[in-house]
Design a binder for this molecule. Structure first.
Ligand SMILES: NC(=O)c1ccc[n+]([C@@H]2O[C@H](COP(=O)([O-])OP(=O)(O)OC[C@H]3O[C@@H](n4cnc5c(N)ncnc54)[C@H](O)[C@@H]3O)[C@@H](O)[C@H]2O)c1
Length: 385
């Protein structure tokens, strides 16, 4: 089959949770027929309820008409039976819980049941695409499509080929992502954390280390991250928003794959063990009165009390590692940090404002005090030559 001519019309989304229902919605909004599959009808009913709620909001805001909303809903069919959900499926996007054994079991089953021309994608945040693909007989038509939470609102989608993924599937996937109005960024290699999480997750840990080492307040770090680095909110606030459970899992997975990427701080695991998952549980780094989305009050004055240079250094260093290892390039990393982390300008223009020389000096200082984790990457060193 010439995959570059592949025409995707029918998509099966496996898992109707936080991510799956959003992926189903954005795909149906772009005109795709969607088969949404979960293991119990009650999950599917809940997911459809959320999709209808979200579409009603769009109707209220005059972004779509009532008729369009009904057409979109009509394009989504729900299934508990896996085999039925795969009928005529061109693309399966798997969004089941982040558990390697569970995903492998599902892919082995899919491989047997799906039509031979159906291509497979995983929405995993941290698991290796190549390893997942190898439980199937179609690793050349297997790819990572990593949406951000919530898929309805977040523009970035990382596209991650595994070691055997065909170039034509990469093209087809980039086209699919564009067709649903999202910004695809190609992550050339299947590395721990892909692009955005490789920058974001270590940054959360670095902020905790800084709390301990620099004797600053959480709100001072967070205000500096927001006002000086151009994040939409503080980094610990963002961690609470994303979910401490999600970050803890990502930390474990990334650290097990690559010890150099992350310097885990034990506080994060402690919060997780205590069940303090952030906004959703009422407590994480901060406390929340309502489970609904709540913002932490941060001021420009507080930002003046903290210099986020070492935080920025860790982020830029990981970004440079991605360039050195040919996973991505500066332009795509800037797009990924803008569209996936919400940075006002991308990471590199932010770093340029602070000065690469100052960043390298700070990292070298940190190597002396805290160890090799801070060793500046070769690409970063080239930027100051
Ligand atoms: N939540 C996030 O912020 C986020 C962001 C990006 C990517 N991801 C990734 O997306 C995936 C899903 O995460 P989530 O947060 O949506 O999880 P979730 O727990 O909200 O949803 C998972 C759904 O999968 C269902 N499920 C379990 N086994 C199944 C099976 N055999 N077939 C079909 N459905 C099954 C569950 O019943 C549940 O409804 C994970 O790989 C996660 O790493 C999550």
């Amino acid at each position: 089959m010439n995959m570059s001519l592949m025409n995707i019309k029918n998509i099966t989304v496996l898992g109707s949770g936080v991510m799956g229902h959003g992926i189903a919605q954005v795909s149906a909004m772009a005109g795709y027929n969607v088969a949404l599959r979960d293991i119990d009808q009650k999950f599917l009913d809940k997911a459809m309820g959320k999709i209808i709620w979200s579409l009603n909001k769009l109707v209220e805001k005059n972004k779509i008409t009532k008729q369009e909303s009904e057409k979109i809903i009509g394009r989504i069919k729900t299934y508990v039976d896996l085999r039925e959900s795969l009928n005529d499926s061109d693309l399966v996007i798997e969004a089941v819980p982040e558990d390697m054994n569970l995903k492998k079991k599902i892919y082995a089953e899919l491989d047997k049941l799906a039509p031979s021309n159906t291509v497979f994608a995983s929405n995993t945040s941290t698991l290796p695409i190549t390893e997942l693909s190898e439980v199937t007989t179609r690793s050349s038509t297997f790819i990572g499509i990593h949406f951000f939470n919530p898929p309805q609102l977040m523009p970035l989608v990382e596209v991650i080929p595994g070691a055997q993924t065909s170039n034509s599937l990469i093209d087809t996937t980039m086209r699919y992502v564009k067709s649903i109005g999202k910004e695809p960024v190609l992550c050339n290699k299947d590395v721990a954390g892909f692009i955005v999480n490789r920058i974001f997750i270590p940054l959360v840990h670095e902020a905790i280390w800084s709390l301990e080492r620099d004797h600053v307040k959480m709100t001072e770090i967070d205000a500096a991250v927001k006002f000086k680095l151009g994040f939409p909110m503080g980094i610990l606030e963002l961690a609470d928003y994303a979910g401490i459970d999600v970050i803890h899992k990502a930390t474990q997975e990334m650290y097990s794959r690559d010890k150099g990427v992350i310097n885990p701080h034990p506080i994060l695991a402690k919060l997780f063990k205590e069940g303090n998952y952030g906004q959703k549980s009422g407590r994480g780094f901060y406390e929340y009165e309502n489970s609904a989305y709540e913002r932490i009050s941060l001021t420009a004055e507080e930002a003046e009390r903290y210099n986020p240079l070492r935080l920025l250094g860790v982020a830029v260093n990981n970004a440079c590692w991605l360039i050195t290892n040919r996973v991505s390039n500066m332009e795509d990393i800037d797009r990924a940090t803008k569209f996936g982390l919400g940075l006002k300008v991308g990471l590199f223009p932010t770093a340029e404002k602070f000065g690469f020389v100052k960043i390298v000096d700070e990292l070298k200082r940190a190597v002396k005090i805290y160890g090799n984790f801070y060793e500046p990457d070769a690409t970063l060193l080239k930027l100051v030559q």
